[in-house]
Ligand binder design. Structure first.
Ligand code: FE2
Length: 240
């Protein structure tokens, strides 16, 4: 699937048994690209780039879970690319990466002339990142279409996730397109922030305590993928 702006395009592939999305952010003028979360049959994305003479200069990791990084080695063998991740994620992961580029969040990296903003979005893991380019957000397991990443695994923290989602809700323009780390959507695999603010139950809670209760104790009992939209009233009623 292709999502195109004038300067860059985002090509996505759904790969592996867990409905993971692998993304290629392609800067047209320089014909260079960043691959996000190389995993599963990553060779399909590498072949896609090769067939178009696109040089992969950078690898962006949203977080270190196995289903997002199990094609990292293969990608490094294919391309002499830099690996970007957040410092707290590198610490949490503990992997022995050779020369990673560690970020704190709020930095920018360039793919050709296309600028990517790195956002630190903890909650699913301590160093989870979202990557923002133009009007697009590569969201990893922070934000799904009508869902959000679980917070009950090692390194997860629902209160941090609440703060992260609040910042995304208030800080991103309504027209921002969300490109999630998994395809849990009922129809279109991407969605605008405006649609998410209307129908993503995790964006409906104003109080941390309510969010934590919903995320940790209610959600997984009452909802299953693919996730449909949930009204604010339904979300609030479900924690009563
Ligand atoms: Fe994950």
């Amino acid at each position: 699937m292709q999502h195109s702006q004038n300067q860059y395009s985002i090509h996505s592939m759904e790969l592996g048994p867990m409905e993971n999305f692998i993304y290629l952010i392609h800067d047209h003028a320089s014909n260079t690209a960043a691959i996000v979360d190389p995993a599963w049959e990553v060779n399909e994305m590498l072949d896609y780039a090769d067939a178009r003479d696109i040089k992969i200069t950078d690898i962006l990791l949203t977080h270190s879970h196995h289903d997002h990084i199990n094609g990292l080695q293969q990608t490094l063998e294919h391309s002499d690319a830099k690996v970007h991740l957040l410092k707290p994620e590198a610490k949490f992961w503990g992997a022995n990466l050779s020369k990673p580029v560690l970020h704190h969040g709020a930095e920018q990296i360039n793919i050709g002339d296309s600028q990517i903003n790195i956002l630190h979005t903890p909650g699913h893991t301590p160093g989870s990142a979202c990557y923002q380019i133009g009007n697009d957000l590569i969201a990893g397991d922070t934000l799904f279409v009508f869902g959000c990443g679980r917070c009950d695994l090692a390194g997860g923290d629902p209160e941090e996730m609440f703060q992260t989602l609040k910042k995304l809700k208030t800080g991103l323009s309504p027209s921002t397109m969300v490109h999630p780390g998994h395809n849990y959507a009922p129809q279109s695999p991407t969605s605008s922030m405006e649609t998410q603010c209307q129908g993503n139950p995790f964006l409906h809670f104003d109080v941390a305590e309510d969010f934590v209760k919903y995320r940790m104790h209610v959600h997984d009992r009452i909802r299953h993928t693919p996730y449909d939209a949930v009204s604010e009233e339904e979300a609030r009623n479900s924690i009563k």
